[in-house]
Design a protein around this ligand. Structure first.
Ligand SMILES: Cc1cc2nc3c(=O)[nH]c(=O)nc-3n(C[C@H](O)[C@H](O)[C@H](O)COP(=O)(O)OP(=O)(O)OC[C@H]3O[C@@H](n4cnc5c(N)ncnc54)[C@H](O)[C@@H]3O)c2cc1C
Length: 418
């Protein structure tokens, strides 16, 4: 099942972070295998932008040009208070890129390195040992059961045991790797709900990401290629407002979760109430659903021979697309650290450092320590919203500090790449 050479590292999960991490390992000459319980990559652009740091890392993997060929550049970030434009930042190397296209590029690049993603392979159990992890993997196949109406379900076709030196859990927010290690994943604050609409429009959005803040909500408009746009409007008291209508509510299934679908009229109302400056047409709505976003941070990013990257270790709100992008950097750091341990006999203590650095950065980004500091010259509207702005920057580390600086805010620099 795993080819002639035994993998040194098993990556669990072929989302953007797992694919990126596996490619980073393969390019460093590490024998890697990547498995995913699903049958293919994401079918939609959930996290839709790539930060400057992600483009640098993709450049190191030889993929920057291929990404830019399919990406849509963002040049400015506008800040609005309802109808009023309050501030503008210049964006450097920020692009809109569909998550599914990115995953396709990464999967192809992995193939070119001789690594095929094993789809329909679910990690069922992991037991950490002194010098390896004993992993059990179920190979899933479609089976038909039933009489009058055939019913298709996934069955276990084969079970395999194997023993990589390390496991990377890039297996998303319900991470089994994290659960196996018994690492807590506490929530931070209340979950946020956003009404997300993607549609065709005649508006000239001028390559600008627009963030609209009022006293209670944060909303964001991303221009998309092909004359399209995505509006995400934060909902207040979502459950309460919709309770009487919940029974009739139409929902769609994405992965293991169900997402309520919205009415088109709600988009018009949100725009009129929160962003009356948006006067473009709304021609064809391709996507309209309510998405729940939690903020969570793992108590540690792994232990001994099993380590976490991406949503397996953290979750945050959608505006700044921080979770996936910082997840890519985590994959890069983990790949570099493991390659050094496997090939140069470096100390395993570097993995603990990886975990401490991740926790440090996310505690900052999730508002658990420190924050953005306003000076005497900072516009009072910005100063009052400094903490709410932190998760909205489409950047991290020094890039985030540079964007914040444009608004007169000083940020702690916690890039902390290993
Ligand atoms: C509807 C929706 C809208 C979103 N919108 C935004 C947005 O606007 N902004 C934003 O920043 N983010 C958004 N996100 C979140 C974004 O998609 C995630 O941050 C990103 O996908 C995380 O990448 P990841 O690789 O860490 O994890 P994932 O993409 O979750 O990948 C994890 C993979 O692990 C696999 N897996 C899990 N368990 C096992 C197992 N036991 N064995 C084998 N494989 C396993 C899963 O099948 C999955 O493919 C959205 C997500 C959804 C669902």
């Amino acid at each position: 099942m795993f080819g002639r050479k035994k993998p040194e590292v098993l990556v669990v999960g072929a989302g953007p972070v797992g694919l990126f991490t596996a490619l980073s390992l393969a390019r460093r000459g590490v024998q890697v295998q990547i498995v995913d319980k699903e049958w293919r990559t994401a079918a939609h652009a959930y996290a839709l932008a790539l930060h400057a740091e992600s483009l640098r890392l993709l450049n190191d993997l030889g993929l920057r040009e291929a990404v830019l060929d399919q990406a849509y550049p963002i040049r400015t970030i506008g800040l609005y208070d309802g109808a009023d434009r309050r501030a503008e930042m210049t964006a450097v190397d920020l692009v809109v890129m569909r998550q599914d296209l990115l995953e396709g590029l990464l999967e192809d690049a992995l193939k070119n390195h001789g690594v095929k993603v094993l789809w329909n392979h679910r990690v069922a159990a992991m037991v950490p040992e002194d010098d390896h992890v004993a992993v059990t993997i179920d190979k899933l196949e479609k089976g038909s059961t039933g009489y009058a109406i055939a019913h298709t379900e996934w069955i276990i076709a084969k079970t395999k045991e194997f023993e990589p030196a390390f496991v990377i859990g890039a297996d998303g927010h319900r991470s089994q790797v994290r659960e196996t290690l018994d690492i807590g994943y506490p929530g931070i604050g209340d979950p946020l709900h956003f009404a997300v609409f993607e549609f065709h429009t005649d508006a000239d959005l001028q390559h600008e990401m627009a963030i609209v803040m009022d006293d209670q909500t944060t909303n964001v408009l991303w221009p998309l290629p092909g004359g399209r746009a995505r509006w995400s409007f934060q909902l207040v008291d979502f459950e309460d407002h919709t309770a009487p209508r919940r029974k009739d509510r139409f929902e769609i299934q994405i992965g293991g979760a169900r997402f309520p679908v919205l009415d088109e009229s709600q988009l018009h109302t949100f725009i009129e109430e929160r962003a009356p400056w948006f006067t473009g047409s709304i021609d064809e709505i391709e996507w309209r659903l309510v998405v729940r976003f939690e903020s969570r941070l793992a108590d540690a990013f792994g232990a001994h021979r099993m380590w976490l990257a991406g949503d397996a270790g953290h979750m945050t709100g959608p505006v700044g697309i921080q979770s996936m992008n910082i997840g890519l950097r985590e994959g890069h750091d983990l790949a570099k650290t493991l390659a050094n341990i496997l090939q140069n006999d470096r100390s395993m203590e570097n993995l603990d450092r990886y975990s401490r650095q991740r926790l440090n950065e996310w505690r900052y980004l999730l508002g658990l320590k420190g924050g953005l500091v306003a000076g005497p010259q900072t516009d009072p509207w910005i100063a009052q919203r400094a903490q709410r702005l932190l998760p909205c920057f489409p950047a991290s580390g020094d890039d985030l500090a540079a964007l914040a600086h444009q608004l007169g805010l000083e940020a702690e620099t916690v890039t902390a790449s290993v």
